[in-house]
Design a binder for this molecule. Structure first.
Ligand code: IMP
Ligand code: MG
Length: 184
């Protein structure tokens, strides 16, 4: 068991996700939008976000993993991106000509979203935007910014609301800091 420190309460998250939904609704007025969630971390954020969007919208999921990051509690730094991101689940339909919003739990080094952005741009969407619930700009290795950011957070490892540590804690309703995890 780890001691977890509260960073963002479920109420703060809900309020901010509602604002993000309103902003997306305003920005995409009159358009059809396809949300693409990155498995598994963004599943909860996506489900809350899309219910705060009043547009003709649909969603799908895409799955990635990093080489050298096998899941498992004994792995050290298994969550640290290696830069070798690999697609494990593709989208069902082509996104050609669509207004796409890629939905990610957290923008950290930027490697995952850089990989996914390149992949989705290959579909030749009409427009591609990125919504990230959390942003840890201090850890960025590739320069990339999200169009919509829920919260900018300090350089800490966080869990809950979809985010995991070795597949644990995804179901916590709040976002909590796992103290010392980044130094491990
Ligand atoms: P990036 O490729 O380094 O930007 O990493 C993005 C991915 O790393 C996210 O989708 C998460 O799966 C994982 N990640 C990065 N930071 C954290 C964290 O603090 N907690 C849980 N997962 C994280
Ligand atoms: Mg993830």
């Amino acid at each position: 068991m780890h001691e977890l420190e509260l960073l963002l309460s479920r109420d703060e998250i809900a309020a901010r996700v509602a604002e993000m939904g309103k902003q997306i609704t305003r920005d995409s007025e009159g358009e059809r939008v396809v949300f693409i969630g990155v498995l598994k971390g963004a599943a909860i954020f996506l489900s809350d976000l899309v219910r705060n969007v009043e547009l003709d919208a649909t969603f799908d999921f895409i799955g990635v993993t990093s080489y050298g990051n096998p899941p498992g509690p004994k792995q050290e730094k298994f969550w640290d991106s290696t830069g070798e991101v690999r697609l494990i689940k593709d989208v069902e339909h082509s996104l050609r000509g669509q207004n796409v919003i890629l939905v990610e739990d957290i923008l950290d080094t930027g490697l995952t979203l850089t990989f996914l952005k390149r992949l989705l741009l290959g579909h030749e969407p009409r427009r591609l935007r990125i919504a990230a619930l959390l942003d840890k700009p201090q850890r960025r290795r590739l320069s990339l910014e999200a169009d919509y950011v829920g919260f900018t957070i300090p350089n800490e490892f966080v869990v809950g609301y979809g985010l995991d540590y070795a597949e644990k804690y995804r179901n916590l309703p709040d976002i909590r800091i796992l103290p010392g995890a980044l130094a491990r």
